[in-house]
Design a protein around this ligand. Structure first.
Ligand code: ATP
Ligand code: MG
Length: 395
């Protein structure tokens, strides 16, 4: 079976072959090709040692950050491609990091250290697909299965527990029984894994087309790093909401945390970037805003400046009867008509307020008052009216 490998990858494989080394496309790329899914990056594996790779690619731009683990990143026609020397993992410390990286000259050993049967394919034009662990059968039956003894594999690296759940949801595969049992039996090992890595896997899971059933089935696993998940009220409604949204990780996180006591604290613990915490908590804080008419919507837009589409997606998730299409149409009208929804759009500014006798914090207060009055159509956004309003003595 011949697979389509893009030219920028093929040329690197040829370079290694010409120098007498083996090279295969490995892992996710082959899995995706077999499933007819788009490939987002191509990882290569080779028996060339790191220094030998450097020699082969001495005329290319390379990045050496992973070199001591055997990975050289080579820029090929502007694409970064990771090439890793065949490795077998030595004993593991702390359920996450192998004690030492050992290189090997046997491709089969490199495949054996990989996590799941469907992640261990290798491909080259010369050999076709190498499949030492019967991954083809598992692909056909849509099964996610650890290579080797799942308990041992999760003992070695507990992150694989979450990777299993994430891949199963992304691929819509069933987790094989022994692998599934080991996920529950070994779940406490997740306490050894850094929150950054946990967050990345959780995000992958939240972006899968349907993720709710995985949150339901593996709730007790997530409890290890997210104990609050056990006390989320209206659990079934939350799950239904998560699957109703577009697969947007932040919107779904907002749905999940809507009724939590302190969503920001949970997100900080999971090491979410500040900007994403702001986005998620803003949606939650505004979950009850009425948005029933143009005035309400203007009021909302005057304080909410983040993605409106994400917000609508969120509201729809919380309440299937939320009139998204009507609100969206109204929003577009507000933009098209350039309705005033910010102080910057007022036809007067701070200097005008100062000229009318306002001082210091009175200035921002009167401008805010004007904005409200304009939003509520009590006054029009015309300079003369605004100046007259400011000069009145009754406020
Ligand atoms: P994705 O589409 O998410 O990138 P992928 O299969 O390429 O999927 P990566 O996380 O990019 O996954 O890892 C590349 C390959 O490295 C995997 O296919 C797997 O063979 C191996 N791998 C990655 N992480 C682990 C791990 N924790 N334990 C064992 N093998 C792993
Ligand atoms: Mg990958």
């Amino acid at each position: 079976m011949k697979l389509e490998i893009p030219e920028y990858v093929r040329t690197l494989m040829n370079d290694l072959n010409m120098h007498g080394y083996e090279c295969y496309v490995v892992g996710g790329a082959v899995r995706s090709m077999l499933l007819g899914l788009p490939v987002h990056d191509y990882d290569l594996t080779t028996n060339a040692l790191p220094m030998q790779m450097k020699e082969v690619f001495k005329d290319h731009k390379t990045i050496e950050t992973g070199l001591k683990h055997g990975t050289l990143t080579v820029l090929s026609q502007h694409h970064p491609v990771e090439i890793t020397t065949y490795r077998k993992d030595a004993a593991y410390q702390d359920h996450r990091h192998p004690d030492a990286v050992q290189f090997t000259s046997a491709i089969e050993e490199d495949c054996a250290r990989r996590d799941f049967t469907v992640n261990a394919f290798c491909y080259s034009d010369a050999t076709g697909i190498l499949d030492f662990f019967h991954g083809r059968e598992d692909i056909e039956h849509h099964i996610l299965r650890c290579i080797g003894d799942p308990e041992k594999r999760f003992d070695e690296d507990a992150l694989r527990i979450l990777r299993a759940i994430r891949f199963a949801s992304q691929l819509d595969f069933k987790i094989e029984e022994k692998t599934k049992k080991a996920i529950f039996d070994k779940k406490d090992l997740l306490s050894y894994i850094s929150y950054e890595r946990i967050r990345e896997e959780m995000k992958g899971l939240l972006q899968a087309k349907k993720c709710a059933s995985y949150f339901d089935t593996y709730r007790s696993v997530m409890h290890v790093f997210f104990p609050e998940i056990m006390s989320i009220p209206h659990w079934d409604r939350v799950l239904a909401g998560m699957d109703r949204t577009e697969p947007d990780a932040n919107v779904r996180m907002a749905v999940l945390l809507s009724e939590s006591e302190d969503p920001a604290a949970i997100l900080r613990r999971l090491k979410y970037p500040k900007q994403e915490i702001r986005l998620i908590t803003a949606m939650i804080d505004h979950r009850h805003d009425p948005l029933t008419d143009r005035i309400e919507l203007r009021r909302f837009l005057s304080v909410y400046s983040l993605s409106f589409d994400a917000y609508l997606n969120y509201r729809q998730a919380l309440d299937p009867s939320f009139p998204s299409a009507r609100v969206k149409a109204c929003y577009e009208k507000i933009l098209a008509d350039n309705d005033c929804i910010s102080i910057g759009q007022l036809q007067v500014n701070g200097a005008d307020a100062a000229a009318c006798g306002y001082q210091k914090e009175q200035i921002s207060a009167i401008l805010a008052e004007l904005l409200n009055a304009v939003i509520e159509e009590k006054i029009s956004n015309c300079r003369e009216d605004l100046l007259a309003y400011m000069k009145r003595e009754d406020h």
